[in-house]
Design a protein around this ligand. Structure first.
Ligand SMILES: [Zn+2]
Ligand SMILES: [Zn+2]
Length: 382
């Protein structure tokens, strides 16, 4: 049963609303980190800051076991203008907790307080990471020595999931979230008068053909049994009705799980862009970046999470992995662990998706999420 009293729940909700009102972008989570560090220190955690610039770790050891568990929460907000109309809406125009990381911080903090009062045998590391969105804060923490300075046997991460009902949990044995890359193709032609196209080399036409051709990579070069995505999301070029411009820029994103598929996407993207551009007398310069690896769970740790969830009467469900990406992948690349989704859909049916300007973390899941961290940690460090 939940040991989480209604006073503590009300306080946790106040933290969540405070954090929501004061969002900070990736690697700028200074006040958020201070908020977290003050409380952890008060409850007896040893706090070390400066991992991944604004990231911090709160550690607590009890008993004599050398066993250690890491629990990670992400702290960053997004560059979005909030439209929730909530009384605790963002006070920073254009910055918003639209992914629920305010809730993740709250839940991890509340669990840290619960666990400070429990008996366990081993070490708990609460990892508060910066810059989950796009900037790879998890990688920055790992590069700054997270796992060297805080040895741990397993690491756990959680995301609220508004597409699934409250009371459900998904912890797959393997793939949870896709790997992602970004690309920018500069299509360079030769500008000309719009009335005399034969005197130039038209990068607008070449770019149009490149966009079409890039869409054949997933369908013609990747096995139909492997998941992959190539999405062109931007195309920019030209300033006048009657001028063929010198260059056009195409940008977009790729997704995959299997590393070999990632290799094919990158190689084909550069090759297709270059060859098609050449066919039109233009030149394509591609800047391709592999950003996050796939988020892949350890089967044994995932099984432990699922059995803990079932014991708490959460409904453990199976779901397909998401083609969105998550930088907890960098931690799972180093340590066995599990990243799970906790269902967060409101019964009202009004559930704006993650990154929507109307998204607001569902406070209803706080008690269950705190209990999930508390009981999983207690079980791991028995
Ligand atoms: Zn997000
Ligand atoms: Zn998120």
């Amino acid at each position: 049963m939940s040991a989480f009293s209604s006073d503590k729940l009300q306080e946790a909700i106040r933290w969540r609303h405070h954090l929501h009102a004061h969002p900070e972008l990736g690697f700028q989570e200074i006040e958020t980190a201070r908020f977290v560090a003050e409380r952890l220190s008060e409850w007896g955690y040893a706090v070390r800051t400066g991992y991944g610039r604004t990231g911090l770790v709160g550690s607590l050891t009890k008993g004599s076991s050398r066993k250690a568990l890491g629990i990670r929460a992400d702290m960053d907000a997004l560059p979005i203008l909030e439209e929730t109309g909530a009384p605790y809406a963002s006070k920073s125009a254009g910055v918003m907790h639209a992914c629920g990381h305010d809730g993740h911080v709250t839940v991890a903090l509340a669990a840290a307080r619960e666990l400070a009062g429990e008996t366990f045998d081993g070490t708990l590391h609460f990892i508060f990471q910066p810059a989950e969105e796009n900037e790879g804060g998890a990688r920055a923490m790992v590069e700054d020595g997270l796992f060297r300075d805080f040895p741990m046997d397993a690491v756990l991460g959680m995301h609220n999931w508004p597409a699934l009902p409250v009371g459900t949990l998904v912890a797959r044995d393997d793939e949870m979230m896709a790997a992602f890359g970004t690309f920018e193709v500069q299509v360079v032609g030769r500008g000309a008068h719009g009335a005399m196209p034969h005197e130039g080399a038209d990068p607008v036409l070449a770019a149009s053909q490149i966009v079409s051709a890039l869409n054949t990579i997933a369908s013609r070069n990747i096995s139909p049994l492997q998941a992959s995505v190539v999405s062109v999301t931007q195309i920019h070029g030209g300033d006048a009705w009657n001028v063929i411009p010198e260059r056009v820029v195409i940008r977009g994103t790729t997704r995959w799980f299997n590393a070999a598929v990632g290799d094919i996407l990158q190689a084909r993207l550069e090759q297709v862009a270059r060859s098609v551009a050449e066919g039109f007398g233009c030149r394509a310069e591609t800047d391709y970046q592999r950003r996050y690896p796939a988020t892949i769970n350890n089967a044994a740790v995932a099984a432990m999470v699922r059995s803990q969830a079932a014991a708490m009467e959460l409904q453990v469900i199976d779901a397909a992995p998401s083609m969105a990406a998550e930088d907890f992948a960098f931690m799972l690349d180093e340590k066995p662990g599990c990243y799970f989704w906790l269902g967060a859909a409101r019964a009202t049916g009004d559930n704006p998706g993650l990154h929507s300007p109307r998204f607001d973390f569902n406070d209803q899941i706080i008690p269950g999420a705190v209990d999930m961290w508390r009981s999983t940690a207690m079980n791991f460090l028995r």
